[in-house]
Design a protein around this ligand. Sequence first.
Ligand SMILES: Nc1nc2c(c(=O)[nH]1)N=C([C@H](O)[C@H](O)COP(=O)(O)OP(=O)(O)OP(=O)(O)O)CN2
Ligand code: ZN
Length: 110
Amino acid sequence: MYTVIKRMEISASHSLKLSYRSKCENLHGHNWIITVYCRSEVLNEDGMVVDFTHIKETVMGRLDHQNLNEVVSLNPTAENIARWVCEQIPTCFKVEVRESEGNTVIYEKD
Ligand SMILES: Nc1nc2c(c(=O)[nH]1)N=C([C@H](O)[C@H](O)COP(=O)(O)OP(=O)(O)OP(=O)(O)O)CN2
Ligand SMILES: [Zn+2]
């Protein structure tokens, strides 16, 4: 079994729609650390599980310097962003999204 791990830093804004009053309802930004985990028992014809560059293009290309409310169809919490990222990459089984030093979410496929 092979595991590929790609860590990326993106700058992006979001505002959260919540059922309670919160500062997070206001548009604000984070320097997100997104770590993608991909796994496969077999390698493709290029000898890879998935190309690091393709992961970067998929994640950073779509999220960096964007308003995440306009990219992710659900409320752009770290949880929903982690799931969205995982769904974009076929061999992905786990995504960590770190919003700040103290705030990290992990999404893992069943
Ligand atoms: N479970 C979640 N909780 C919160 C999320 C989230 O995505 N999932 N997001 C937020 C907001 O994005 C907010 O920006 C974070 O606020 P806060 O917890 O106050 O964190 P700080 O940026 O101030 O970071 P510290 O580590 O506390 O300094 C809120 N909750
Ligand atoms: Zn936030």
